[in-house]
Write a protein that binds this ligand. Structure first.
Ligand SMILES: Cc1cc2nc3c(=O)[nH]c(=O)nc-3n(C[C@H](O)[C@H](O)[C@H](O)COP(=O)(O)OP(=O)(O)OC[C@H]3O[C@@H](n4cnc5c(N)ncnc54)[C@H](O)[C@@H]3O)c2cc1C
Length: 308
């Protein structure tokens, strides 16, 4: 993310902002607390020519009962997509399904969801979390594909130094990949930190992925990335079934309008649930204007309260 020193300071301080300040602003990024809110959002996106990928909010879960509850909610969402005939995939987080507590339980949970999705002709997307989870996520994706599951997509991050190697090692599987820049704060030993370097690496990875004969979800709101992707798609003469664009709910919707108008697939990431805080903080960290707004509100409240 490009930005001033002040922006960077705000990004670092954001997790400390009181929830009461964050919640009203987070509404633009989240469908609502219930599955029915997500369904309504998917329908209204459909009216505007977009499909959806749905995220049940919840990550870094550490007890079996929390993990079971989230797995159950994922399952309920899949059943609803099938019953209501919605054009939606399910996005899942491995730390929500038990990665930190018991990796074998996590594998079983993901496999069960992918199998259930396949029964409904639906797809599961594996979100990518911080770099301590990358190997487990890529390995699980590989084993699912080798086990005959084609209805699974994995997110890969352009800021990670290892991703070119991951892309090349997955190439024989004709991978289905969501390519993102990457949102977690990572040490320079594992991730590029310079904005233009990350962009350049994104373009390089995209070129390799579009040439692999798989499927690529170009997940970005960066107009330069869109332009570069469209150029590569045109040069390779790819048909719309080889790629799609993905965007987050509430972010730069006008860019999606132009893509839809020009006949490209656009899928929107739709989070729902009560566990909204960590997701919202990450969205504010990408949006300096909103971050300034949040901190102005915090300062305003402090002034109104007066000195302690
Ligand atoms: C569908 C989707 C799925 C994703 N899944 C993952 C994942 O699994 N793992 C992961 O690490 N990351 C994921 N991300 C986040 C991603 O890694 C980036 O952090 C995020 O997309 C911002 O990068 P950008 O390419 O949009 O470019 P940027 O250069 O960050 O943004 C381009 C422009 O969009 C604006 N913008 C970006 N975000 C916002 C926002 N929240 N609010 C308002 N304006 C904004 C910026 O201000 C800028 O003007 C996902 C992103 C998308 C779109």
């Amino acid at each position: 993310m490009a930005g001033t020193l002040l922006d960077r300071a705000l990004v670092w301080a954001m997790p400390a902002v009181p929830k009461a300040v964050v919640q009203p602003l987070s509404r633009r990024y989240i469908a609502g607390p219930e599955l029915s809110d997500a369904i309504e959002t998917i329908r209204s996106l459909g009216e505007r020519g977009r499909s959806a990928t749905v995220d049940v909010l919840g990550e870094q879960l550490t007890t079996r009962s929390q993990i079971e509850a989230l797995a159950g909610e994922y399952r309920r969402a899949l059943d609803a997509f099938a019953r209501e005939q919605l054009d939606a995939t399910l996005s899942v987080k491995m730390t929500g399904l038990g990665l930190a507590l018991d990796p074998a339980l996590c594998t079983e949970n993901v496999r069960n969801l992918v199998a259930a999705a396949r029964d409904h002709s639906l797809t599961v997307e594996l979100d990518m979390e911080d770099s301590t989870t990358t190997t487990a996520t890529v390995d699980l994706y590989r084993s699912l594909r080798e086990g005959g599951f084609d209805n699974v997509v994995v997110a890969l991050q352009a800021y990670l130094r290892r991703t070119l190697e991951d892309v090349r090692s997955l190439a024989p599987l004709k991978p289905r990949v969501r390519l993102v820049k990457g949102i977690w704060i990572e040490p320079i030993s594992v991730a590029y930190t310079d904005y233009e370097t990350i962009r350049g690496n994104y373009a390089r990875l995209l070129d390799e992925l579009l040439g692999s004969g798989g499927f690529v979800a170009i997940a970005s709101h960066d107009e330069w990335i869109h332009w570069r992707a469209l150029e590569l798609i045109d040069r390779r003469g790819l048909k719309p079934d080889a790629y799609e664009f993905q965007m987050l709910l509430g972010v730069r919707e006008h860019l999606g309008d132009s893509l839809v108008r020009d006949g490209h697939g656009v899928r929107v990431y739709v989070p729902y649930g009560v566990d909204w805080h960590a997701y919202s903080v990450r969205r504010f960290q990408e949006n300096p204007q909103l971050a300034h707004h949040v901190f102005a509100d915090v300062l305003g409240r402090a002034r109104r309260r007066g000195p302690a």
